[in-house]
Design a protein around this ligand. Structure first.
Ligand code: NAP
Ligand code: GDD
Length: 353
């Protein structure tokens, strides 16, 4: 039985990946942080009682900022495949915590790579690094693919750049099977609530039932290439099954602005909204209501709060996944409409009175 070790198992992607690998017959080990409350809700359905013998998911306390801990988990588990998904993954928060972000996202990756070397696992382990479309940053080339130059715009992206090149360097210097997945934004009903898609679907459901009146957002002009996390974890696995360690873009090759995404979400709950005004005075107003919801025509359902603007933002991400399609046979099954439908239905059910 193959063994996989996932850092970031309690996050969106870690949970989907754990389920995917268990269904493939893997024994999955995950690194979870000690927290004052249980935060394993995304993987609880996969965890059996400690006493049961045939456990497919085993969790270890750990932290990517602790070298000895990373080394000892690697030694204990001795995995065939490592998926380094653990990160301080919120771009805006990285401006508030740049040092911690660098320690986790940049040095955390280096700790893993050095532990692999130290333990003599260089030949036996395959390593996946969660790289990101944020690396392209302020990029004038559209769409972006594997050889598009990077221009990162945040402490998050700069830390991920260090990790990206560490993978390339360890691959070349030590012949390690280490690959980067350069993944464009991917979402799901289990997305963290401070990311914009989940914030919008959550708010739309609350506004639908009259629990809230308005959602406050920041930059509505930014465009993102949004896919579904389920498709992307399948891609991560395929990247490690490819004959050579290489870097791959996973994306959908379509993008939408935050404004367009918001309109599509409200359309899904039977409400048309029109935007008017500029900058912090822009508003999204309900102009047509085709469902039983409590939203009124003329209601200002979207307003701007400048707290959500970032010191510098990334304006136009659009991925070209043709290399992954050609070499891995990977393609996304979801599109923006099926993604939004799933997220909205989940949140409508969640807040149903
Ligand atoms: P997420 O939901 O925020 O999950 C991040 C995971 O990392 C959580 O399990 C978190 O633990 C863990 N973590 C944070 N700091 C850690 C530390 N110091 N030591 C150990 N674990 C730590 O993120 P995601 O959306 O699943 O993304 C997974 C990875 O892909 C991240 O590296 C992210 O940067 C990258 N990525 C994501 C996307 C995307 O659109 N989702 C796109 C490109 C790349 P807690 O639960 O304890 O907080
Ligand atoms: N979070 C948030 N909240 N973003 C907002 C808001 C708001 O209220 N209003 C507008 N935005 C804009 C942000 O300024 C950004 O341009 C865009 O929405 C997307 O923001 P997020 O959903 O926070 O995601 P992200 O693109 O910054 O980062 C995500 O995707 C990256 C891949 O491109 C994260 O998952 C990263 O970890 C990942 O690497």
């Amino acid at each position: 039985m193959k063994k996989a070790l996932i850092s970031g198992i309690t996050g969106q992607d870690g949970a989907y990946l754990a389920e995917y690998l268990i269904n493939k017959g893997y024994e999955v080990h995950g690194i979870k942080r000690r927290t004052s409350r249980f935060i394993t809700d995304r993987v609880d359905h996969l965890v059996k009682d400690h006493q049961e013998a045939d456990k497919k998911l085993i969790l270890h306390y750990g932290d990517l900022t602790d070298s000895l801990n990373v080394t000892s988990i690697l030694k204990k588990v001795n995995p065939d495949e490592i998926y380094n998904l653990g990160a301080m993954s919120h771009v805006h928060v990285s401006f508030e915590t740049p040092e911690y972000t660098a320690n986790t996202n940049a040095i955390g990756c280096l700790r893993m790579l050095e532990s692999i070397r130290l333990l003599g696992m260089t030949e036996s382990v395959k390593y996946y690094q969660a790289s990101t479309s944020e690396l392209y940053g302020d990029c004038k080339i559209i769409p972006q693919k594997e050889d598009t130059p990077f221009n990162p715009q945040s402490p998050y992206a700069i830390a991920k750049l260090f990790a990206f090149y560490s993978i390339k360097n360890y691959r070349k210097s030590y012949n390690m099977f280490a690959s980067n997945g350069i993944l464009f934004n991917h979402e799901s009903p289990h997305r963290g609530e401070t990311f914009v898609t989940k914030k919008i679907t959550t708010a739309a459901a609350k506004i639908y039932y009259g629990i809230a009146d308005t959602i406050y957002l920041g930059n509505l002009d930014a465009k993102r290439d949004w896919g579904h996390a389920k498709d992307y974890v399948r891609g991560m696995w395929k990247i490690l099954q490819y004959k050579n360690p290489e870097d791959f873009v996973l994306a959908t090759n379509t993008n939408f602005s935050i404004r367009e995404f918001t309109k599509l979400v409200f359309k899904e709950i039977g409400v048309e909204i029109e935007f008017s005004g500029k900058g912090v005075n822009e508003k999204g107003i309900a102009t047509k209501v085709d469902s039983d919801c409590l939203i009124k025509i003329g209601q200002e359902v979207v307003k701007i709060d400048e707290r959500y603007f970032r010191p510098s933002d990334v304006n136009n991400l659009l991925g070209d996944y043709s290399k992954a399609k050609r070499l891995l046979g990977w393609e996304p099954k979801y599109n923006i409409h099926s993604l939004i439908k799933e997220m909205v239905n989940y949140d409508l059910e969640r807040f149903k009175p």
